[in-house]
Design a protein around this ligand. Structure first.
Ligand SMILES: Cc1cc2nc3c(=O)[nH]c(=O)nc-3n(C[C@H](O)[C@H](O)[C@H](O)COP(=O)(O)O)c2cc1C
Ligand code: SF4
Length: 263
């Protein structure tokens, strides 16, 4: 059986899927119905783009029924001003409420990252969540040890020793994205997924901030690597603090003018 099935009763022979398949795996047969090219099943990334673009729910790929897909609801669309303000008003949150986060809420935020783009739709991102202040403190403490000998950041270790968490900012949770280190693109996929998480957190009333210091420690500090205990061959490509913002933000700060050269 072909990996691509066409329901001829529903298909309008508009060939949108032929134009949309990023891999060029669909062609029109002599009657104008879509059909896979020779060897398509081996090259198909199961990205679902053909199914997403079909207005008639006439296509099925990889055994996925079109009716099983979540439909895009027009009444849930945000207008341009809303979308731009949402994006521009995202803040790196460094002051969190002390209350712990519900695992279910973190799961809802993480779930959105499943739709971030990934090279060849490989979806390689794996998540590690430290939920609870005690667990996050363990990571902050190890990061402080890593920073102790660092000329630029040793002050943060001293602050940690004095009871101030300027490393993970007292966040109730930390989320880490890791993937096999062998493929350069996976690092981009992790960063892209984490950017989705940053925005999804805001959409759920949470705040987040990149945990760059932890990422540095994860890159080569044995105590951190022992703590994280990632699968063999995996590396940390992104990490973020997560929590409920203690304060609201009222303005959008200035940024450099757009640096663009038009050609
Ligand atoms: C790092 C990276 C590189 C990509 N390069 C290409 C590309 O060269 N050509 C292309 O058509 N799509 C490219 N994509 C898009 C992926 O194919 C796409 O994200 C994936 O098929 C999932 O589809 P979606 O983004 O529509 O959900 C790239 C995505 C990422 C994250
Ligand atoms: S799932 Fe993606 S790659 Fe496969 S046939 Fe459809 S559009 Fe092409």
């Amino acid at each position: 059986m072909s990996h691509l099935a066409v329901n001829r009763d529903l298909c309008a022979q508009d060939n949108i899927c032929v134009e949309e398949c990023p891999m060029g795996l669909i062609t029109a047969d002599s009657e104008g119905y879509p059909q896979p090219i020779e060897g398509a099943a081996h090259m198909c990334t199961l990205c679902g783009h053909c199914m997403a673009s079909c207005p008639h729910q006439a296509l099925s790929v990889g055994g996925v029924a079109p009716e099983s897909l979540t439909q895009v609801h027009k009444d849930l669309a945000v207008n341009t001003d809303q979308a731009v303000q949402f994006l521009a008003s995202r803040r790196s949150v460094r002051a969190y409420k002390k209350a712990p986060l519900e695992q279910e809420l973190i799961e809802q935020v993480l779930n959105v990252t499943r739709w971030s783009p990934t090279g060849l739709n490989r979806q390689p991102v794996q998540w590690l969540v430290y939920n609870g202040r005690d667990r996050v403190s363990r990571l902050a403490g190890i990061t402080a040890d890593f920073l102790r000998g660092n000329e630029f950041f040793s002050g943060l270790a001293q602050a940690w020793d004095a009871g101030q968490d300027r490393i993970l900012r007292g966040a109730p949770a930390v989320v880490i994205a890791h993937a096999p280190a062998e493929n350069n693109i996976y690092s981009v996929d992790c960063v892209s997924a984490m950017t989705y998480l940053d925005l999804a957190a805001k959409a759920h009333g949470l705040g987040a901030c990149w945990a760059g210091l932890l990422m540095m420690a994860a890159g080569g500090f044995p105590a951190m690597q022992a703590e994280l205990n990632l699968p063999q061959g995996n590396a940390v490509f992104a990490a973020m603090m997560l929590g409920r913002p203690k304060f609201a933000y009222h303005a959008i700060p200035q940024r450099k003018p757009l640096a663009v050269e038009w050609r």
